[in-house]
Ligand binder design. Sequence first.
Ligand code: BGC
Length: 730
Amino acid sequence: MSYGKSVIFLSVLACGILAVSCAGTDVYKDPSAPVEKRVEDLLSKMTLEEKIYQVTQWTYGKNMNANNVETSMKEVSPMIGSLLYRSTSPEYYNMIQHKAVEESRLGIPILCGFDAIHGYKTIFPIPLAQSCSWNPDMVARSCAVAAEECRLSGVHWTFSPVLDVARDSRWGRVSEGYGEDPYLTSEMGVAAVRGYQGEDLSDTTSIAACLKHFVGYSWSQGGRDYQYTEISDQTLWDTALPPFEAAVKAGAATVMSAFNDISGVPASANSYTMNEVLRGKWGFDGLVVSDWGAVVQLMSQGAAADTTEACMKAITAGLDMDMVDDVYLTSLDSLITSGQLDESVLDEAVRRILRVKFRLGLFEKPYIAELPESERFLLEDSRKLARAFAAETFVLLKNEGDILPLSSDRRTVALLGPMADNREDLMGSWNGQGDAGDVVTIREGLEASGMSVKYFGGCPFDGDDRSGFTRAKAIAAGSDVVVVCLGEKKGWSGENASRAGISLPRIQLDFLRTVASAGKPVVVLVSSGRPVEMEEIARHADALVEIWQPGTEGGNAVADVLSGLVNPSGKLTMTFPLCSEQQPSFYNQRPSARPFMGHYQDISKKPVYEFGYGLSYSDFEYGELRIDHESVATDGRLTAEIDVTNVSDTDGQETVLWFIQDPVASVTRPVKELRHFEKRLIRAGQTETFRFEIEPQKHLSYYDGDGVRHLEAGDFRLMAGPRKVSFALL
Ligand code: BGC
């Protein structure tokens, strides 16, 4: 698959010193030698000090993560293995790379990583939003754009995709992942890896992906960040690990170990997950980097008494590179020279790091062209993709009286609320190198689309300043339709940004009630980094759209959807609970002993919007669910089909979600599990037949808590839309 990357030849710049010396005896400098030979040759020449620097990562350039400000910039050693590279300047990058290649004894290039989580300069919707598009191809294409912008700026490695399966909306980092389903997370993760890494990692537009956070981080107790996680082996195997397995098998080059303590053994000192599962069972041969300071934090977690013990535990558990805390740098030498740690353990870590560097082609092309920003960032096609992708992630939650799309006689729009003319927060957390100045606001988008917009913010995100309410209501009364833009600031989700409650602040709800009382049709747009409480909002809205944090082109995408240029097709990938207290609220829970009992007495048991929910401007009707056989052998195939008809006069895209239920098994299975999905355009009045080829080994088996897959004969149920059918596995 090609994701439209332009090929940029930098060979002249790239040859440098290394190519000149290829003719020498150093196998590692010979691009025609196999990677493994080059790795072994280089490793055999390295001193202990050089090896220790290889497994160390420092930061360089401006700090983008508010949580990590405490680490100061250091004098960079030419021997350093990796940098968290926070500048966008190719000149700055070339400078530091020249230092490494020319001033270190062996000329080993530095591996530069950065958090391009949903874009680098062109910011795409947050990953949670991306998953609501049900469009892995768009995910891959957006990652390919990020990869190109990164590589042209000196970044070879992104700490993405995030494969933490969401479990609790209060946890701020649900914004960074692909929702609550492990299969969907796997599909999106695989697409991201393909997008970042392209056909060949050494292409000048490819970067290494990093699967994170390995593993189980999203089970943080109470949704509070960095907390202990209690995860049974069963849940580890059937929910947390599968996305990582899929993305490793798709060729992901690197993995990041997580902060959390998995049932008593921290992820960054966990030999079972890193050595046994990742390497042993899945054959992963790339590098594992720690999360920021995760090695020294083994002490806070009670797993190590001092940095020496933390170092010993992490490296023997299979953690190759130490991000920023210098524990490896300061402890490895004495551990090895005193004989407590065998040097072969360090060698293995270095081997894995060098392997990634060779695969990225860094030895052949350490430097980059010094192109101006206008040739690297926010290219026309990238902006177009960001716009189309954002529109595809929006989820239409309510559309009473078909108020949307706005008809031409409803074109005088009162545009109100804290998000209406906001740039910064539309980008969401982890906005890479994105600049608020490049963001198209909702106001700008609507104005550019030709609507007559009367803008007035009228309400802050939070606090108690209601002084704008009266004027906002008057503007609403004088318009054809009111568009109220509510939501969360970007810092309300993301790392270290959990919330005890998932409602919007009271002032925003009061504002909505006030402007709705003007009596005009009300469209509410909610921009958030997590599911928020929607019941009260929906009560005051004729139409309601979750636009998430849509990125650079967010405002234009909103205009496209409100005007009807784009028909919304997003479906939720996280359940929207009634309130915080209704959590955990994910769809794929295991059945209870008394399914109709045991719920809280004081609130409804139903979430407001379920996983998979989302409306369209089209109406779709599902026909009968057909299967070609009523039973299937373990090595057989069963074909299921369903006709979906667009009974409206508007073309629209529909995603069919296929769920399997295994009602009785040796290990109980969730009430239903997503096993396949497909999105297609269905023209007005047309019917499309959607198909699911069920392969028992792949779609009907499950992992037990030891990581062994089981396929058990018995009855199964298949579901698509409102339809169900049963079949037997023989
Ligand atoms: C985050 C990671 C991130 C790393 C580097 C950590 O605090 O947990 O997701 O990749 O910082 O910025």
